[in-house]
Design a protein around this ligand. Structure first.
Ligand SMILES: [Zn+2]
Ligand SMILES: [Zn+2]
Length: 354
């Protein structure tokens, strides 16, 4: 072996040692101590619906009661005619409306996902210009496509919506030009829209829009006809106020309700069912909170960790809540399995803290 070959051999040996050494030290440090941080035994009486973060093989089938005409993919939306010049536009996931009057069109919300089709949808039934845009509330999923409509002379919203939109400073959501506090009635030609504010519920500034001639009520992110509500009661900032808004909708006089999400519009029977579900989940979570013992099933080594004590307790409360509701509700509400854990966690939090 000449000097150069010896040098290469030594170098190769050093490289091989360096590359193997970390693997040896990794293997040693991977050995768990006291099973720290590894999955434990399942909770007692664990529901079969996988909890948040656990993958579901196949979600429950959608019941026929929640199914609607398909949206042609090339078109991107479908129109539903309520009569009297009032229409819903939807992509079967989000819903908005427009109202035709003698000299123009009033658009209610401009969802991000299909706002580019709104002018085309209007053109199917009218050649009048858009004169007014009404924002149900400030959230981008419902009005984030407003800019694509071009400059609209009048944009109407609740004063809280103006405040939030100023804060957000989003060029896709132009600021309202007209705001109100409690009630605002829009008269255009022989058409009428009654706007009213009942409280923060889902989000500050979220209004009711009622078309009295057509007997259609639009209340966004509050009623979910035939469906489990979106997670954590539509991510409401005030869950009990959101429940109160559902009661408001239930007591009002109308024929059709537009909720802003899911597949179809709703009837009074849908709202009755949602109110009943809310009563049941409140009761189920209250009972679970009252009957679940803090600290039971906890690893004794975690007793000094208050976050862990409550995480374990809350998990067991939520599991009992899910188990209580599943027999009655799993086949009544489309998407029950998707968000029932979220709703039980939210109800637990709301009852214990609010
Ligand atoms: Zn919203
Ligand atoms: Zn929404």
């Amino acid at each position: 072996m000449n000097d150069i070959r010896i040098a290469r051999y030594v170098l190769a040996l050093i490289i091989a040692t360096i590359s193997v050494f970390p693997a040896i030290t990794r293997a040693q440090s991977d050995t768990p101590r006291n099973d720290e941080g590894t999955a434990g035994e399942p909770y007692p009486n664990m529901p079969s619906i996988p909890p948040i973060g656990v993958r579901t093989g196949k979600y429950f089938d959608i019941p026929a009661s929640a199914q609607v005409p398909a949206v042609a993919p090339a078109k991107g939306y479908r129109l539903q005619d309520f009569g009297g010049g009032l229409y819903m536009i939807t992509d079967n996931q989000i819903q908005s409306m427009f109202l035709v009057y003698d000299r123009g069109v009033v658009v209610m919300d401009a969802p991000q996902s299909y706002a580019a089709h709104i002018r085309q949808a209007i053109a199917e039934v009218s050649d009048k210009p858009i004169t007014h845009l009404i924002y149900s509330h400030s959230h981008a999923d419902h009005i984030g496509g407003a800019k694509t409509l071009g400059d609209i002379p009048t944009i109407i919203a609740h004063e809280e919506t103006l405040r939030l939109l100023k804060r957000d400073a989003d060029p896709n959501r132009p600021l309202p030009t007209v705001t109100f506090k409690d009630e605002y009635t829009l008269h255009v030609g022989d058409q009428v829209l009654e706007l009213s504010y009942h409280g923060p519920g889902h989000a500050p500034g979220n209004i009711f829009i009622y078309a009295p001639k057509q007997r259609v009520l639009m209340v966004i992110d509050t009623v979910f006809p035939g469906w489990m509500p979106w997670r954590r009661f539509a991510v409401s900032q005030d869950v009990f106020d959101e429940f109160a808004r559902v009661e408001d909708v239930r007591k009002m006089d109308w024929d059709t309700v537009v909720g802003g999400h899911v597949t179809r519009v709703g009837t009074h029977a849908d709202v009755e069912m949602q109110a009943e579900f809310y009563r049941d989940i409140k009761q189920a979570a209250a009972t679970a909170l009252a009957t679940t013992k803090i600290g039971e099933t906890l690893n004794p080594l975690d007793k000094g960790n208050p976050w862990a004590v409550f995480d374990n307790y809350i998990d067991r409360v939520a599991a009992q809540c899910v188990s209580t509701l599943t027999p009655k509700w799993s086949t009544k509400l489309a998407g029950y399995d998707v968000f029932i854990w979220d709703q039980c966690y939210s109800m637990e939090q709301t009852l214990r803290i609010d």
